[in-house]
Design a protein around this ligand. Structure first.
Ligand code: HEM
Length: 714
């Protein structure tokens, strides 16, 4: 009886131990499964659940448990794991109890002492099965991931390699530029050292004396005429066989004028030295051209003359955009973009963009017209032309006439930086590392990043629409009615082009087309306010042709006087006032002037347009100097006397767009307002990419009665 009781107590204790052990194992499986692999399981229990199906029972387990190991056949007692027991759900515990409750003492002892039996019992339990399945799935996924990672390894290596190459080449390029700058600095210092200056001065004086005596003798003996004497006297002392007179400018003059209105002293020197002269000061050396025939030669021979300095100063903004690209890239991109500016596009844009933006400006000016307060028209025209170019290029409304936005600020910052770079004497911004520390450069870089990001987003959005609609150009003069922008045209044309190239091309057009047209409108308003009889004629024409309604594309051919006001304004204030080129090879210019490869050339459009050799009454504003019934003047029909849009292969692609935009805007402005300058303001010129005023153009505008269509017809 006592024996029986002892056996019952023992059997009951065994059951408790088994349940506890299984609880521990279930707990172990639940808690550790995700982190641990089967082999890594801890050895808290002798009979770890052998959950690896590939693992033979006991292969990584200790041998048969000995009572000495823990006094209970190697199974920890519930008390040791009080916390874990509580984690098994009552349903799971019930399942385990059902599995063992009818077992005899012998069977229970067997279970505790024989691993295989114990193991089989474990594997037959539902929770263990589920856990095993989860574990197997996890392991398979992990293996799959590992395999995929392994496959990516070569790509990662390749990328690492590329990064290293880029880093090294950029560093090398920066070092090279730094050395070049150091070399130039050394040269400058040597060139201007007191000893060197004295030596050269003595040398030059001696040579000049000799040459001067020689020249005097030749003139007195009638060997040369007076004109040749003057010409040769101007180049006295210069060991130069180019035949190009040298303007005597000091380095200080040049640095000062490079930071200001450069084209003004260039004009003074033209009157002193003639239509071609060399401006040499230290390492800077430009040939200044003020002659239509020489300008024609340089502009038409694009292969021999590249963009040179212009590309260097604006690369930070344009990237590889076609306004500064050279060679095959330029040819391909120009060829892709030009078709987008077709006649039908222009006629749609007149109504949808030019008129709407100009009418918006009129709305904005009305309060000032009523209150009689001064308005800075330069700022207004600049805002208007930014809105126009945003809509025309990307169908994006900057709405700068109404709001200030970070993108607008960024556009102005970047444009300003391009201007400053074109006049910096020391191009320190070519050293990329320096740009990381100089506040002006940091600001410019941030601005460019924001503009690029905005344009990239616009491209991505437009590309998505074009793709989803399967849009494709199916006619010559294609315009999408909902979005007539140039971006839409370019994407629908399915040209093979990267988003970065497209972005840079559009940015080129944004910059080239914004400030230029704004400046034309500013100076036209200024000239009209200074010439009341011309303003009267403009009012008369607008009223007669439009009769109070908005202008259309078709009206352009009848707005003859207004168009001539714009072209005459472009003659007196060309934007940019100088065109820059660099000779790629040695060449001889018309007039037998020699230039070497690498020679920087400035074609002063301002000088050609203001030269009394080229124009009668050159300084007068006379819109009718170009026959109203004749063709609109351009470089071809004036034989390069009038070149506001340049000429040759790199001529402006937006000339027709700009003439239309300026004329339509002027028509709406003149139709709605009469205007006059605020007295006592000094209006002076400064320059960068365009000629603008130093302090703004302040005007008083007064609303006009719109002439009705009926009245105009009478
Ligand atoms: C009255 C306004 C404008 C003026 C005075 C003007 C003037 C010029 C000039 C002089 C050039 C040649 C620069 C050089 O030879 O170095 C040029 C090039 C260019 N212009 Fe205009 N432009 C005006 C408006 C526009 C507009 C509205 C656009 C775009 C819609 C535009 C786009 C371009 C482009 C992309 C180039 C570079 C062409 C090339 O290198 O192939 N321009 N512009």
């Amino acid at each position: 009886m006592l024996n029986l009781d002892i056996e019952r107590v023992y059997a009951s204790q065994c059951r408790k131990n088994i349940v506890s052990d299984m609880n521990s194992m279930l707990d172990l499986l639940g808690a550790q499964q995700p982190q641990q692999r089967p082999q890594e399981g801890n050895n808290e229990s002798c009979y770890q659940p052998s959950i690896g199906s590939s693992q033979s029972p006991g292969s990584s387990r200790p041998g048969t448990p000995s009572p000495s190991s823990s006094g209970n056949f190697g199974v920890q007692r519930p008390t040791d794991r009080a916390s874990s027991v509580s984690r098994v759900s009552p349903a799971e515990a019930a399942g385990i109890i059902t599995a063992i409750k009818d077992k005899s003492l012998e069977e229970l002892r067997d279970l505790l002492c024989h691993q295989d039996g114990y193991h089989n019992l474990l594997l037959s339990l539902e929770p263990v099965k589920t856990q095993n399945k989860v574990r197997d799935d996890l392991r398979n996924e992990t293996l799959q991931l590992a395999r995929e990672n392994l496959e990516k390894e070569p790509q990662i290596m390749e990328l690492r390699n590329q990064c290293r190459i880029i880093r090294t080449t950029e560093l090398a390029a920066a070092q090279e530029k730094l050395h070049e700058l150091e070399r130039r600095k050394e040269e400058l210092l040597k060139f201007y050292s007191p000893a060197s200056l004295l030596h050269r001065l003595q040398d030059a004086m001696r040579k000049t004396d000799e040459e001067s005596e020689n020249l005097d003798k030749q003139l007195l003996e009638g060997e040369i005429d007076l004109a040749t004497f003057v010409q040769k006297s101007l180049t006295l002392g210069q060991n130069d066989d180019s035949n190009i007179p040298i303007a005597s400018a000091e380095l200080d003059d040049v640095s000062e004028l490079l930071g200001g209105a450069l084209f003004l002293p260039l004009f003074r020197w033209m009157n002193l030295y003639g239509p071609i002269y060399r401006l040499a000061a230290g390492p800077r050396n430009f040939v200044i051209v003020s002659d239509p025939a020489i300008a024609k030669h340089v502009l038409k021979n694009y292969g021999k003359y590249g963009k040179g300095l212009v590309a260097e100063v604006s690369e930070f903004l344009f990237g590889s955009g076609f306004a500064i690209a050279e060679g095959p890239l330029w040819t391909a991109r120009r060829r892709a973009v030009v078709p987008s500016l077709h006649k039908k596009y222009l006629s749609v844009i007149v109504d949808r963009v030019f008129c709407r933006c100009a009418e918006r400006m009129v709305e904005k000016l009305l309060p000032d017209a009523i209150s009689g307060s001064a308005v800075n028209m330069e700022a207004k025209f600049s805002q208007l032309t930014l809105d126009v170019i945003g809509l025309a290029l990307f169908n994006y409304n900057f709405d700068s006439l109404t709001t200030d936005s970070p993108v607008i600020d960024a556009v102005y910052t970047a444009l300003k930086e391009a201007e400053l770079r074109s006049t910096d004497l020391l191009p320190y911004w070519q050293i990329k590392a320096l740009c990381k520390f100089i506040p002006r450069q940091i600001k410019a870089e941030n601005a460019v990043s924001l503009i690029r990001q905005t344009v990239e987003e616009l491209i991505a959005k437009c590309r998505e629409i074009v793709e989803s609609e399967g849009e494709r150009i199916n006619e010559d003069e294609y315009v999408n009615d909902r979005d007539p922008s140039i971006l839409r045209f370019l994407l629908a044309s399915r040209e093979e082009v990267s988003s970065v190239q497209l972005r840079d091309d559009l940015l080129s057009m944004l910059v080239a087309g914004h400030e230029t047209t704004g400046s034309v409108l500013t100076w036209t308003a200024y000239l009209l306010s200074k010439n009341p009889s011309s303003l009267e004629k403009a009012h008369e024409e607008v009223d007669r042709v439009l009769g109070g309604r908005s202008p259309t594309y078709e009206d352009m051919k009848n707005l003859k006087f207004l168009t001539r006001c714009i072209t005459e304004s472009l003659r007196l204030y060309p934007h940019p006032p100088v065109l820059i080129r660099r000779a790629q090879v040695a060449d001889v210019l018309p007039g037998n002037y020699k230039v070497n490869a690498g020679q920087d050339i400035m074609i002063s459009v301002y000088n050609i347009h203001h030269s009394s050799e080229v124009w009668d009454r050159a300084e007068e504003f006379d819109p009718e100097r170009f026959d109203l019934e004749g063709p609109v003047p351009n470089e071809t029909n004036t034989d390069f006397r009038f070149i506001p849009f340049s000429g040759g292969p790199r001529k402006c692609v937006g000339d027709q767009f700009a003439l239309l935009e300026a004329t339509i805007t002027l028509a709406i402005f003149v139709q709605n307002f009469s205007f006059e300058l605020i007295p006592d303001q000094t209006i002076s010129m400064t320059t960068g990419a365009t000629i603008h005023t130093t302090n703004g153009l302040y005007m008083k505008v007064k609303q006009r009665e719109k002439v009705s269509v009926l009245a105009a017809a009478l």
